[in-house]
Design a protein around this ligand. Structure first.
Ligand code: URA
Length: 430
């Protein structure tokens, strides 16, 4: 028999937590016999002392066991999902889920909403008139069976312990801990029931992880956790110093995703999307399949057809006009030369201040607010040429957004910036 204070002291002093103690902790926490302040103290001890691999495996298993685990065995196709740690202009899921479905896999994508400067996939899709992201488990399975992919809210039954822990971490300065982030993300993805998972771990100014070393450690930790729980897992590290693609916001990102599915996506967005699609298809065992070439599935319209089927199955009208902003303001290039920098974090904060993101979980987002990057680093610009198009529902949003963009743009007459691939490296099981 243990107690919360002993576990807090043990972790504080650098000792390991035994498997039985971790399981007891989560069961007692669910019964409200461990108080939030005790769990908060333990989270802070973990922030400083970490969890070793065996502790983390048991910790994650206990989070999964706190709720339901979806059974996707009736789907009849290999299941594979993707998770991104979040970035600016990251609309990859909207393109990738139907693309991989068109190549023969089933993609059960249970997503979250945006908080802070990175957008949320559900917020983007909800700008489509009629689109519903709150589905029951039966509806989720029905959409998956009919369209091959579903993008909906992770219901409250999946890893409920994570919701409580995340709320504590948010207010106690304990979000930025690799074992706590890894267990939070992976418990939800493992509970969702997918057989395979590809992680897009973003690195750079607009990402959760700004250093390559920390991003790689997070990727390795999550890959190991997935594999230990029977989910074939790989990760790609991808750059997030510049917004991905040209659109940042909700409706504007849906529009760019549809263009990408029509074969007109910007180079960086397509490079990341196709690299993730190939990884997902390899994990699903479909890479050598004749239907399994993602570039061909875009070229022949199958990916777009899967997207339209998914939107319809979730109550949306893929042909309905998307909401448009009432006000537009343009930010011109400050000088002539090569555009060498367009800071993802500053653009993300500006789009958020325009109304595309939320400050608190309960806030609404604007469907039409956002930013269009009319030029991207590597292109030549002339002084005064429109560089960013800012869109908002209320004109008073522009001042704070423009203030966030202070110093976001770099122009040089010394030549173009180095042309770096947005995909940095791949992480597999150790
Ligand atoms: N996303 C999550 O789901 N959990 C974290 O801890 C961080 C990002």
């Amino acid at each position: 028999m243990t107690d919360a204070v002993s576990l807090i002291r043990a972790k504080r002093d650098g000792q390991r937590l035994a498997d039985d103690d971790i399981r007891w902790l989560f069961e007692a926490y669910a019964r409200h016999e461990v108080a939030d302040e005790q769990m908060s103290a333990l989270l802070m001890a973990i922030y400083f002392r970490g969890l070793d691999r065996a502790e983390l495996r048991t910790w994650t298993a206990a989070m999964i066991a706190s709720g339901d685990r979806l059974d996707l065995s009736s789907v009849g196709r290999p299941t594979v999902d993707k998770h991104s740690t979040g970035g600016v202009g990251d609309k990859v899921s909207l393109i990738l889920a139907p693309l991989v479905a068109a190549c023969g896999a089933a993609v059960p994508q249970l997503s979250g909403r945006g908080l802070g400067h990175t957008g949320g996939t559900l917020d983007k899709l909800e700008s489509i008139p009629g689109f519903r992201s709150a589905l029951t488990p039966d509806e989720t399975l029905a959409v998956l069976a009919s369209a091959g992919c579903v993008i909906c809210a992770a219901g409250s039954g999946l890893a409920p312990a994570d919701r409580r822990l995340y709320a504590l971490r948010d207010v106690t300065g304990t979000v930025e801990s690799i074992p706590l982030i890894a267990s939070s993300i992976m418990s939800k993805k493992i509970a969702e029931g997918t057989s395979a998972l590809v992680l897009d771990v973003k690195v750079g100014s607009g990402a959760f992880m700004t250093s390559y070393e920390r991003a790689r450690e997070l990727a390795e930790t999550m890959v190991a956790l997935g594999e230990e729980h029977g989910v074939r897992t790989r990760a790609l590290l991808t750059r997030m110093d510049v917004p991905l693609g040209r659109a940042v916001g909700n409706a504007v990102e849906v529009e760019e995703s549809v263009q990408a599915l029509q074969g007109h996506g910007p180079g960086d967005l397509m490079e990341v999307t196709l690299a993730l699609a190939r990884q997902m298809l390899a994990l699903a065992g479909l890479a050598g399949d004749t239907a399994g070439d993602p570039a061909a599935a875009i070229a022949d319209g199958r990916a777009l057809a899967a997207y339209r089927a998914m939107v319809r199955a979730q109550g949306g009208d893929p042909d309905a006009p998307l909401p448009e902003a009432a006000y537009i303001q343009v930010l011109p290039a400050p000088a002539s030369g090569w555009l060498t920098g367009l800071d993802a974090l500053k653009v993300g904060i500006a789009a958020w201040r325009l109304g595309a993101g939320r400050a608190r979980k309960e806030d609404d987002v604007s469907a039409s607010a956002g930013i269009i990057c009319l030029a991207k680093p590597g292109e030549v610009v002339r002084a005064g040429q429109p560089l960013l198009e800012l869109r908002a529902d209320e004109p008073e949003r522009f001042g704070p957004a423009l203030a966030a963009l202070e110093g976001a743009i770099a122009v040089s007459d010394q030549g173009p910036p180095p042309a770096l691939s947005p995909v940095i490296s791949e992480v597999g099981p150790a």
